[in-house]
Design a protein around this ligand. Sequence first.
Ligand code: PEP
Length: 251
Amino acid sequence: MRKPFICGNWKMYKTIAEAVSFIAEAKPLVAGASGVEIGIGAPATALKALADAAKGTNIQIGGENCHWEKEGAFTGEIAPGMLVEAGCSFVIIGHSERRQYFAETNETVNKRVRAALANGLTVIMCCGETLGEREAGKMRAVVADHVKNGLAGLSAADMAKIVIAYEPVWAIGTGKTATPEQAQEVHAIIRGILAEMFGKNVADATRIQYGGSVKPENVKEIMAQPDVDGALVGGASLKADSFAKLVNFGA
Ligand code: PEP
């Protein structure tokens, strides 16, 4: 009932030319993956060219952040409507790198989420604890804080366009993956929080991706967990053949 969603997060990698040639290479490799939703989150400069190159394929393009205002004096920011105009169908919001390096808070995450939804974008909202928080026994509290405050004020209907990405900070870009059991434990906790907030039907229908050093070698066992509905992938999404292996995890 929940269609798996495999999404790349390219972070600050790839020129326009590199992005377009990725699509040319990936297109035939993922064309047969009908049971999976496929996305690439990319730097703003490449979005329009990527969306044009991906037209007519099963690959969706998304931004890696967006502001909550329609326009204004916000140097360096990008409005949700601008992402839509560039051909994006989704946006990643609240990634731990945004929280860690760019002072993103639950409050700004929530504003960005609402603005993205108002512009018709699907939102991948990230949450996850640091190693210190996990070791201090705060994993549950941190994840609940991110999810509850990030989704504050949303309706059950809004949740149709929300995807949650659970990304333990200690597993991002470190090569250290959460075990499938650790991922499942937190995903079940998140689904419980969604049930409290929006009811069981919404919780059961919402996709929860895992992110943190997912690669072709471990994607299958992570995806086999009952509450894992996809993956948000940084490093292993940068090469077309590796990305295609992730997308085709079930083949
Ligand atoms: C990410 O950027 O969201 C991520 C999970 O990165 P990586 O796959 O490289 O750990």
